[in-house]
Ligand binder design. Structure first.
Ligand SMILES: [Zn+2]
Length: 489
């Protein structure tokens, strides 16, 4: 299937993100098992999230705040008039109440915009945000294949945010870039883990094509079952090609929901869509309308952290880092904060970026792969700053500094303690280095003589001997200078 150049791609994206709250949306059940404990099915439930008769929901204030914070980060208007929760009615076994509490007519946040860098197209695009609203998650349905299915209600009632874009996305690469940019923001503001693999962030893409130069939208197909940003991009690519192909053959496309099959690399019909779903939305009578005060919104706006795009710009324009370094650092809030702290401790930005994105990140990833959390690393930014100053001041060699860093990660000791324990202080004074050089010259008189009679290649051999005598701790630059001076005396 070749992508036709006669059609314009129109994509709209819906994201569902689990909010990072301790408790569920309308009850006090925990959203996650205690640290270190296994997530056993149906251990975090209560009469409210199991929808037993006579129970009443209570709004989770933190969840409301996280949606408003997201709305502010996405430049949305925050609805300060009464926002009603509404019941979205449908019957499915994973929905204990027979309806989902959601927002419909008036979402908490609306009319936003997100500037999305699209590296693959060497441009950035502005994507309109239609709405961001609050709802609750469903239970998890497990099809056992033995003639029955199992239900786990731990997820039922977990706070969920839905973010819907305008049909502004014009290519699969833009769709992916939007998803990644949004995920970074959600992580920065602490609204969601934004983890596609575990399902705490779920994406659906609505794709249609229209002949270039026309305004009317074509038939829309909704694609689900996307487990990564790469899947999103691939599924959009497949769908654009499939639809173009069908249109070229004069076929009529059907409005439907299709699922992405990762291994087969294609979308398949899940269900044909009725003209419009009739969910019979109506106001939730058990909850009062939300009326976020202007003060509350203002306080949240003031608490908004520096967002990834602003931070990248600060690193490039303010600290003269490369776009690549800025990208790597800002992709991870903790890493960016760490970098800032190392710079604040007096290290030049370029140098700090080299260490933080280089050896430090490598060790961090290695330990993460071994199941160690980054927070378990005992190296404070000031400690890394001290080590970098040591290298720059000639107290520790660059090679030994890497050994020190690895030891710090392995043992949790401070860099200074490791340097002392392993005796890695660089021999940097001219006097002691001079003594070593004299000893080497006395030990290898014929090589010295040959060098002096015009064999410069012996210089490297003599440097090597000095480094050997000092067990690699000598300041290489000083050894070079001193040795040359003495040989040429
Ligand atoms: Zn509960």
């Amino acid at each position: 299937m070749a992508v036709s150049t006669r059609y314009e791609t129109i994509i709209g994206i819906e994201v569902h993100a689990q909010l990072r709250t301790e408790s569920k949306m309308f009850c006090s059940c925990a959203t996650a098992p205690p640290p270190g404990e296994k997530d056993e099915p149906n251990t975090r439930t209560c009469p409210v999230c199991m929808a037993l008769p006579g129970t009443l929901p209570v709004i989770n204030r933190k969840a409301v705040e996280l949606v408003m914070l997201t709305g502010l980060a996405l430049d949305c208007e925050i609805q300060t008039a009464a926002v009603r929760f509404e019941r979205k009615n449908y019957f499915y076994p994973d929905l204990p109440k027979g309806y989902q509490i959601s927002q419909y007519a008036l979402p908490l946040c609306a009319n936003g915009r997100l500037e999305v860098p699209v590296p693959a197209e060497e441009t950035s695009v502005s994507i309109g945000i239609t709405r961001a609203h609050l709802e609750e998650d469903t239970a998890r349905l497990q099809h056992g294949g033995r003639g029955y299915s199992l239900l786990d209600f731990n997820r039922a009632g977990v706070p969920l945010m839905e973010i819907v874009t305008e049909p502004d996305v014009r290519s699969p690469a833009q769709a992916r870039a939007y998803g990644e940019t949004l995920r970074d923001i959600l992580r920065y503001i602490g609204a969601s883990d934004g983890d596609m693999e575990t399902g705490s962030m779920r994406i659906e893409g609505n794709v249609s094509l229209r002949p270039i130069g026309t305004d009317a939208f074509g038939t829309k197909v909704e694609v689900k079952n996307l487990n990564s940003f790469r899947s999103l991009e691939r599924a959009m690519e497949f769908e654009v090609a499939r639809q173009a192909d069908a249109l070229e053959r004069g076929e009529r496309l059907v409005q439907e929901t299709r699922g992405w099959h990762e291994t087969e690399g294609r979308t398949m019909t899940q269900r044909a869509k009725e003209e419009a779903n009739d969910y019979r939305y109506f106001p939730e009578p058990d909850l009062p309308p939300l009326r976020p005060s202007e003060e509350w919104v203002a306080r949240l706006r003031a608490s908004l952290p520096e967002l990834p795009a602003a931070r990248r710009a600060r690193y490039v324009d303010g600290l003269s880092l490369s776009a690549y370094d800025a990208e790597v650092l800002t992709a991870d809030l903790a890493l960016a904060d760490y970098f800032d702290a190392v710079v604040a401790a007096g290290i030049a930005p370029k140098s700090a970026a080299n260490w933080v994105t280089g050896e430090f990140s490598r060790l961090l990833n290695q330990h993460a792969a071994e199941g160690l959390r980054s927070s378990a690393v005992g190296l404070r930014p000031a400690g890394l700053a001290e080590l970098i100053s040591g290298v720059e001041g000639g107290k520790v060699s660059a090679a030994n500094a890497k050994t020190v860093l690895a030891e710090v990660f392995a043992t949790g000791e401070s860099p200074k303690a490791v340097v002392d324990r392993l005796g890695l202080q660089q021999v940097g004074d001219a006097e002691s280095i001079g003594a070593e050089i004299e000893a080497v010259m006395a030990e290898f008189p014929s090589q010295v003589a040959e060098y002096r009679s015009g064999k410069p290649q012996l210089f490297g051999f003599l440097v090597g001997q000095v480094m050997k005598r000092t067990a690699g701790r000598a300041d290489a630059r000083l050894v070079n200078d001193e040795l040359r001076r003495r040989l040429e005396e």
